[in-house]
Design a protein around this ligand. Sequence first.
Ligand code: DX5
Ligand code: ZN
Length: 214
Amino acid sequence: MKIAPSILSADFAALAADVARVEAGGADLLHVDVMDGRFVPNITIGPVVVEAIRKRTRLPLDVHLMIVEPERYVGAFVSAGADIVTVHAEACPHLQRVLAQIREAGARAGVALNPSTPPAAIEYVLDDLDLVLVMSVNPGFGGQAFIPSAHAKVRRVREMLGGRDVEVSVDGGVKVEHARPLAEDGASVLVAGSAIFGAADPADAIRRMRAAAG
Ligand code: DX5
Ligand code: ZN
């Protein structure tokens, strides 16, 4: 199981120190939440901050775009150093085209599904993606409660993917107690913000989450 700390719950005024802490603590990826105040109510960060983070860490950057018209910004985020760019299916009428655009720009392509979006939304782009991000909260804020229907969605997505080498990542309200059931469902990445940065010892929180996944 890979663990991806979400910097949304980090101290934005001491970002480099928080990133260094989770990198030293064994994080596999760094999850970066980009919000535009339109697709979701909140506003967070843009490519300039991703570029600044890129200079401070060797961790792969897993950039989660919660923005409308993400195709307008794919190039900027890849140039800024994103290794994975994930767009929301709900924000992309031409999803296949955006996924191809991400790969052509040189990054791995992800699709996020809001809690109410059926897995069928990705049925015809399974060969165009490298990661599926199953949202276990309605995106926009850290610290929300895990929505249990994510379990069934992870199982269905893993079944749809068959033998494809695609990550299934779960994002929102993920705590240590969810790690084992999500591993059994077929998840390969756990995104966690408050469970890691809200812990007294983030490195220990990463270790415990990975160990719990088995
Ligand atoms: C929610 C974001 C998540 C968030 C997770 O909109 O996509 O990545 O940071 O934070 P927690 O783990 O606190 O729910
Ligand atoms: Zn996220």
